[in-house]
Design a protein. Structure first.
Length: 135
């Protein structure tokens, strides 16, 4: 085996090992978030005790990276419901909830927005909120 091929394989192996150690999920892993298809479905969903909602578009590469990480975080809190909304499919949602950039993570309790993270998502803030609500 040539040196270049060994180096390439070593690089790929290092990436997957470091990704696993740092908690990065491969984008193709299963996502447990339910997709919202209509505004009535959205209003019903956010009326829950604690709901995490990610707003994204179909062509957003950052959204593709953020969704699995958010999903992994929310799975640790079984009492939290999680949903995804594509503003390509529901443009009225973006207008009604003042979403100007994606990804945007919104947390609701009983239909009231209690947290908003846009563009650069701070997962520690979301985790703290979920911790507070679970205690």
């Amino acid at each position: 085996m040539s040196y270049e091929k060994k180096s390439f394989l070593h690089l790929i192996h290092s990436y997957f090992v470091s990704s696993h150690l740092h908690g990065i999920i491969h984008p193709k892993e299963v996502i447990w978030m339910r997709k919202i298809h209509s505004m009535s479905e959205l209003y019903e969903a956010i009326s829950g005790e604690l709901v995490v909602l990610i707003v994204k578009t179909h062509r957003c590469s950052v959204c593709t990276a953020v969704s699995p990480r958010l999903d992994q975080l929310v799975q640790r809190f079984p009492h939290v419901s999680s949903y995804e909304v594509y503003i390509d499919d529901l443009p009225e949602f973006a207008g009604q909830h003042l979403v100007f950039s994606v990804p945007t993570v919104l947390c609701f309790t009983r239909s009231k927005e209690i947290l908003r993270e846009s563009r650069f998502i701070n997962f520690q803030t979301i985790e703290r909120l979920l911790d507070i609500h679970s205690s």
